[in-house]
Structures are given as C-alpha cells and as structure tokens.
Design a protein around this ligand. Structure first.
Ligand code: NI
Length: 203
C-alpha cells in the first residue's frame, strides 16, 4: 500500500500540480494577443479619387500616382505654424530615405484653402520643402471632394490680429499604398525621425 502511494499517487499529484502551476504562469505572465475586433478587420475608409491642379498648372488625379506610395498632407500656405512644421518634418524624413525608397513615394500637399492657395502661391510655398512634393489646389468643389475623401477636419477662423482668416484643421499625414488604399498615418507630434522610420517599414 505504501508503495502504491509512493509510486503512483505522489507522482500523479505532483504532475497535476505542475500542470496547474504551468497554466497559471502561462495565463499570468504571457501577454495575450489583442483580440481582433470587427472594427479592426474593416478597411480604413480614408482616401479616394481626386482631380486637382498641381503647382505647374497641370491636372492631376489619384490615378497619376497609381503604383506609388502617396504621402498626403492637407494644409494651407498661410498657416503660421502647424503646416510649415509638418511639411518640414516630412521633407526631412524624405531626406533620410535612400534613392530606392524615395523613388517609391510621392509626397503630396493638398490645400484646404483654395481661395488663397492659387497655383502660383502653392509653387512659392513648396520652394521651402522637399523638391519631390506635388502641391495641389483646385476649385472649391474639387478641394471639398478631396477633403471629404480623406476625412480632413477643417474650419475657417477669423483672426482679428492678422486681419485675415486662418484655417483650423486636422494635421495627419497619410501614407497610401500603391493601390491607393490607406496604409498608415503620422501625426503632428511624430517628427521627422518617426516618419522616416515608419516609411522605411513599407518602402
Ligand atoms: Ni496648418
């Protein structure tokens, strides 16, 4: 009887206890993969067709960039702070890419202020940033359509100090894939290094 306890019951109890401890450790210590929700499975509905005019007065549509990654930023040339900072960050990030990576990406600035951002104004504005940028403007309707496709928040704000108006706007930079679909986005806080690292993952 003692032998049975010694050779069967004790090892059996030990085994069960070991498995229980193993399971407990596994549940406690191993981080769980986030559950895939219905929402995250859905395609992100950002981006779509546009037809606009570039800084050289040429008509440009999303189809012209098919097969390339588009890095899309919406803003306005008169922006005192946010747009110039973001455009400079994007430009510096592009400088950190090698030639092969740079070849795959098309940086695009789209105005949210077509009334003031004429073709000429956009051309002047772009002189401060990476030479690969295309700057796009258009009629109010064309610009409104692009803004809607990219779900860009924008609002006209009268400024007494500047005797003119400003545009309050969201400041995300969208990376769109060669198929024109949303890949990733960068925010105003990201800065050149983070944008460059992010771009290198895909290019
Ligand atoms: Ni701005």
């Amino acid at each position: 009887m003692l032998n049975i306890i010694k050779y069967l019951v004790v090892p059996a109890v030990a085994l069960v206890l070991t498995m229980k401890i193993y399971n407990w450790l596994n549940e406690t210590l191993v981080p769980k993969a986030p559950e895939t929700t219905e929402e995250s499975k859905q395609e992100v509905l950002i981006g779509g067709p546009f037809s606009l005019t570039n800084q050289d007065g040429e008509t440009v549509t999303n189809q012209d960039f098919a097969g390339k990654y588009m890095l899309v930023y919406f803003g306005f040339a008169n922006c005192p702070m946010i747009c110039p900072t973001d455009m400079a960050d994007i430009s510096q990030a592009l400088d950190k890419l090698d030639d092969t990576q740079l070849e795959k990406v098309q940086p695009i600035f789209i105005t949210i202020d077509p009334e003031r951002d004429t073709v000429e104004n956009i051309k002047t504005f772009l002189e401060n940033f990476h030479s690969k940028f295309q700057g796009l403007t258009g009629t109010n309707e064309q610009v409104a359509a692009a803004i809607k496709e990219y779900r860009v928040y924008n609002r006209k704000v009268e400024s007494d100090e500047l005797q003119d108006y400003l545009m309050d706007h969201s400041s995300f930079t969208y990376l769109m894939g060669p198929d024109g679909k949303y890949v990733a986005h960068f925010s105003h806080e990201d800065g050149a290094n983070k944008i460059a690292e992010g771009l290198k993952k895909y290019l």
